[in-house]
Design a binder for this molecule. Structure first.
Ligand code: NDP
Length: 241
């Protein structure tokens, strides 16, 4: 039986690279997304990976969505909590809505997604939960108090759950990407990228989504069974946590 992997925000950017890498590694993969049907359908047509639309900030939607995935593909063995959003603003201008949306998706989303699969993983004696946090959760970032708070919270969540899952064969780890060349980052004007962003990265370039995906494939594997509660900082040497 192939293992089943569910990737939130798995249809675009880093998540799409993760879904594809897991499929190539032999998993049966399901990719969740929020609302961009065009991107999701194009991803599905290109990769053959089934896509499922729901909002990770809703507990009920997650429970129903996961039930659909499990009815179609079988129990989820590997959960990758990758879906994330930004609503940047300097704190004195940040609205409760900007705060709430980012916490709801980037932090509460991890509770909403992990809770429905947790008991099954424990009962079966195997599970992998891999949380995509961020360098900005480790070091903070001006204009991202909401995002940094949520991403730092993801790390606390990871370390606590790791302790609860360890004796049951369920590992929980986090990856903190630095600047990754997704559409969003590539859309930054070349001058800004070359003069302000890349000079902050000792390796001298942006990361590639596939480089994050390869970390996920490793953490999901049996080879990574002794690694739990850890954080992989994949940031080109920009920050040492
Ligand atoms: P993208 O914006 O390219 O893609 C985000 C994905 O998440 C999309 O599939 C989107 O769905 C989905 N999504 C967003 N909100 C929700 C929601 N409420 N429910 C379900 N799905 C949702 O993001 P990136 O690939 O850039 O980032 C992926 C992760 O990596 C995020 O957690 C981000 O914080 C983190 N990260 C990214 C970095 C970077 O440099 N890009 C650096 C550090 C961390 P839809 O297509 O429907 O909108």
């Amino acid at each position: 039986m192939t293992r089943v992997a569910l990737v939130t925000g798995g249809t675009r950017g880093i998540g799409a690279a993760i879904s594809i890498a897991l499929k190539q590694a032999g998993y049966t993969v399901a990719a969740n997304y929020a609302g961009n049907d065009e991107a999701a359908n194009a991803f599905k047509a290109e990769t053959g990976i089934p896509v499922y639309k729901w909002d990770v900030s809703s507990y009920e939607a997650c429970a129903a969505g996961i039930a659909n995935v499990e009815a179609d593909l079988g129990p989820v063995d590997v959960l990758v909590n990758n879906a994330g959003i930004t609503r940047d603003a300097m704190f004195h201008k940040m609205t409760p809505q900007q705060w709430g949306e980012v916490i709801g998706t980037n932090l509460t989303g991890l509770f909403n997604m992990t809770h429905p699969v947790w008991s099954g993983m424990r009962d079966r004696g195997f599970g992998r939960v891999i949380n995509i946090s961020s360098i900005n959760g480790q070091k903070g970032q001006m204009g991202q108090a909401n995002y940094s708070a949520a991403k730092a919270g993801d790390l606390g969540f990871t370390k606590s759950l790791a302790q609860e899952g360890a004796a049951k064969g369920v590992t929980v780890n986090a990856i903190c990407p630095g600047y990754i060349g997704t559409e969003m980052v590539r859309a930054v004007p070349e001058k800004v990228l070359n003069e302000r962003i890349i000079p902050q990265i000792p390796v001298g370039r942006l990361g590639e989504p596939e480089e994050i995906a390869r970390c996920v494939v490793f953490l999901a594997s049996d080879d990574a069974g002794f690694i739990t509660g850890s954080t992989i900082s994949a940031n080109g040497g920009q920050f040492f946590a």
